[in-house]
Design a protein around this ligand. Structure first.
Ligand code: WQD
Length: 327
């Protein structure tokens, strides 16, 4: 019988792609989601992609009673992949209490249930935001964490500390935190992708919704950064690659390959691309004339994650030289 894995937030963007990859790996997946930032139709899409509809329970994990009842019902769970959290950087600045309560109480309810029901493993959705604005690039696991630029980022840092201390103090508990850079893209079937509820906070869904005519124009937040074209740089990682990284982490735990009760890993490409590069690449790839304008910087944004490979700097420099000769 296949091992049963709980995926919290499994109808969300990264969660749904991870459910698909876990099912492809042969796991029996159960999804818990409160549907506050996703829709139940995602389960139909997952079933279309893999032929398997995950079991589903709708509730918020801050509800301890419902969380306990869930684990009384699902007695075969061997590991948890925990995505369920509020994740909008800007919104967290306006609603810090909601972010701390939702993201931290959910995690603590899950960890308490792991201890009570002897579930040994958790893979946790963390974030590169725990590094703040790094002094040196590329960011490695040795890069020191810095105070997060937002309450959202701080919930990830505090969650990591809770898991670390709990795993060290509790026999048989092993956790892995995956620190994502910027997940983008969609499953090749296009049946699942990034479709946040309401106005997108993130760059790529805003680009795609502008291209689809749902948004008037893309606003590029700042072109006065210390980068070759002035726009901010991020390490964008394909969401399917990121989902597969969770399968690797789950197998590492189930096969007892972990080196410590708490581990963390960066998940990115190690390369940086600017906002303007992404916009230009989208226009080139789709042929859609995307409407955009440059406005002021967004509060809480960092300048750059991910170094620009040397080759691209030389190309950039070449183009800048050519451009400056023209004027
Ligand atoms: C990327 C760049 C914006 C929207 C994300 C996740 C966060 C964490 C880190 C996982 C920035 C610019 C954006 C727009 C723009 N990942 N931008 N116009 O802020 O790096 O954070 O990755 O935990 O959860 O949110 O991603 O896509 O919002 O911004 O110019 O309309 O695009 O200023 O430079 P960010 P983002």
């Amino acid at each position: 019988m296949s091992k049963q894995i709980l995926v919290t937030g499994g109808t969300g963007y990264i969660g749904s792609h991870t459910v698909v990859e876990l099912q492809n790996e042969g796991f029996d997946v159960v999804v818990v989601d409160d549907l506050s930032n996703s829709s139940i139709e995602v389960l139909d899409a997952i079933e279309k992609i893999t032929g398997k509809r995950p079991a589903f329970e709708k509730f918020n994990l801050t509800d301890q009673e419902k969380t306990n009842a869930f684990f009384e019902k699902y007695r075969r769970i061997e590991a948890i992949v925990h995505f369920a959290a509020y994740k909008a950087v800007g919104e967290s600045v306006e609603k810090p209490l909601e972010y701390y309560h939702n993201n931290l109480v959910s995690l603590m309810n899950l960890l308490g249930s792991m201890r009570k029901h002897k579930i040994p493993y958790m893979v946790f959705s963390s974030s590169c935001t725990v590094y703040g604005q790094p002094e040196k690039l590329p960011v490695t696991e040795d890069t020191p964490r810095k105070p997060a630029e937002s309450p959202y980022g701080n919930t990830k840092a505090v969650s990591e500390d809770i898991m670390r201390d709990f795993a060290r103090a509790t026999e048989g508990i092993n956790c892995i935190a995956l620190r994502y850079f910027n997940p983008i893209g969609a499953h090749p079937s296009a049946l699942i992708g990034e479709l946040p509820v309401g106005v997108p906070n993130n760059l790529v869904p805003f680009i795609t919704q502008t291209a689809a005519g749902l948004r008037d124009e893309l606003k590029i937040f700042g072109d006065d950064y210390n980068t070759p074209d002035g726009t901010a740089i991020r390490d964008y990682i394909n969401v399917v690659d990121l989902a597969k990284a969770h399968v690797v982490a789950i197998n590492r735990l189930l096969n007892n390959k972990q080196k410590a009760s708490y581990e963390f890993f960066n998940v990115g490409t190690g390369e940086g691309y600017s906002v303007m590069q992404l916009v230009k690449a989208f226009i080139k790839a789709t042929g859609v004339e995307l409407k955009y304008s440059v406005v002021g910087r967004r509060a809480g944004d960092i300048e750059k994650y991910g170094p620009i490979p040397r080759m691209r700097i030389m190309n950039w420099a070449g183009r800048l030289r050519k451009h400056s000769k023209k004027h």
